[in-house]
Design a protein around this ligand. Structure first.
Ligand code: PEP
Length: 255
C-alpha cells in the first residue's frame, strides 16, 4: 500500500513561537484523519520545539536540508543525526532552491541522500525541470538524469521522490494534473526499469509546485501521484488542513 503523504515545506518562515501557534491551530483540524500521512518541515531553529509538540501525535517532522558529513568544522551546517535527535523522520534533499541558490549539485545531492539513509532518515528527493528545459521538450530527460545521478544503487523504496517543476514553484502556475501524472508515471517507469517492477510499484511519488486547497484533490486523484509537497499554502493551518482532507478521500494505493 502506498500511503498518501501531504508534506509542508515552510522554507525560511516561522519562529519557534509561530511554529507552536501553527501546531496548536492545526492539530484539532486534522483530528481523526488517520488515512493520510502528514509531515511538516519547519526551519532548523523550530525543529526541537516542533518535535516536542508533535510527540504522541501522528504528524511527522522533517528537515529542509542536511549536511552530508556527520560532524566537524562546517559552520552553519546541520547533520542527519541532529535532525534525528529533534524527532525528524524525513529530510528534503535536492530541493530546487538548494540546487539553484546554494550550489547543491548532483554529487552533493547524492552524498546527502547517503547521509540521510545511513542515519535512518527517509529522504524526499526533489527533481524537476526549469521553464526553458520544458520549452525545449527536455522535461523527462532532465528528471531522469537527476534520478540516475542521485539514486544509482540506492534503495528507491526508502526514498520518496517529489516531482517539483521549477516553473511551478511559488509561481501560482501549477502543473495540470495530466502533466504531473505524466511525470509521476515516467518516474515510476524509470524506477521499474532500473530496480525492477516491484520497486517501481512501491516507490512513493509526490507532486509539488503551487499546490493549494483548490487543486490538491485533482492532483492527488491521479493514479501515480501519492501525495503533495506544499510550500506557501502549508504556512496557513486552515489551508494545509484543507489539502490534507483532499488527500483523505484518496487514502492510498493498493500495490
Ligand atoms: C516547494 O517549495 O516545495 C513548493 C512546492 O512551493 P510552493 O507550493 O509555494 O510552490
Amino acid at each position: 500500500m502506498r500511503r498518501i503523504l501531504v508534506a509542508g515545506n515552510w522554507k525560511m518562515n516561522k519562529t519557534p513561537a509561530e511554529t507552536e501557534g501553527f501546531i496548536e491551530a492545526f492539530l484539532p483540524t486534522i483530528a481523526g484523519l488517520g488515512r493520510v500521512e502528514i509531515a511538516i518541515f519547519p526551519p532548523f531553529t523550530s525543529l526541537d520545539r516542533a518535535g516536542r509538540l508533535l510527540e504522541g501525535t501522528t504528524i511527522r517532522l522533517g528537515g529542509q536540508d542536511l549536511h552530508f558529513e556527520t560532524s566537524g568544522a562546517y559552520t552553519g551546517a546541520i547533520s542527519a543525526s541532529m535532525l534525528v535527535a529533534c524527532g525528524c523522520r524525513y529530510v528534503l534533499v535536492g530541493h530546487s532552491e538548494r540546487r539553484r541558490l546554494f550550489g547543491d549539485d548532483d554529487r552533493i545531492v547524492r552524498l546527502k541522500l547517503e547521509a540521510a539513509l545511513s542515519s535512518g532518515l527517509f529522504p524526499i528527493l526533489c527533481v524537476g525541470e526549469g521553464t526553458e528545459e520544458r520549452r525545449r521538450g527536455d522535461s523527462e530527460g532532465v528528471v531522469t538524469d537527476q534520478l540516475s545521478s542521485a539514486l544509482d544503487a540506492l534503495d528507491p523504496e526508502r526514498i520518496v521522490i517529489a516531482y517539483e517543476p521549477i516553473w511551478a514553484i511559488g509561481t501560482g502556475q501549477t502543473a495540470t494534473p495530466q502533466i504531473a501524472e505524466g511525470m509521476a508515471s515516467a518516474i515510476r517507469g524509470w524506477v521499474s526499469s532500473r530496480f525492477g517492477g516491484e520497486a517501481g510499484g512501491r516507490v512513493r511519488s509526490l507532486y509539488g509546485g503551487s499546490v493549494n486547497p483548490d487543486n490538491a484533490g485533482a492532483i492527488m486523484g491521479e493514479p501515480d501521484i501519492d501525495g503533495v509537497l506544499v510550500g506557501g499554502a502549508s504556512l496557513d493551518p486552515a489551508k494545509f488542513a484543507s489539502i490534507v482532507r483532499s488527500g483523505v478521500s484518496v487514502g492510498g494505493r493498493d500495490v
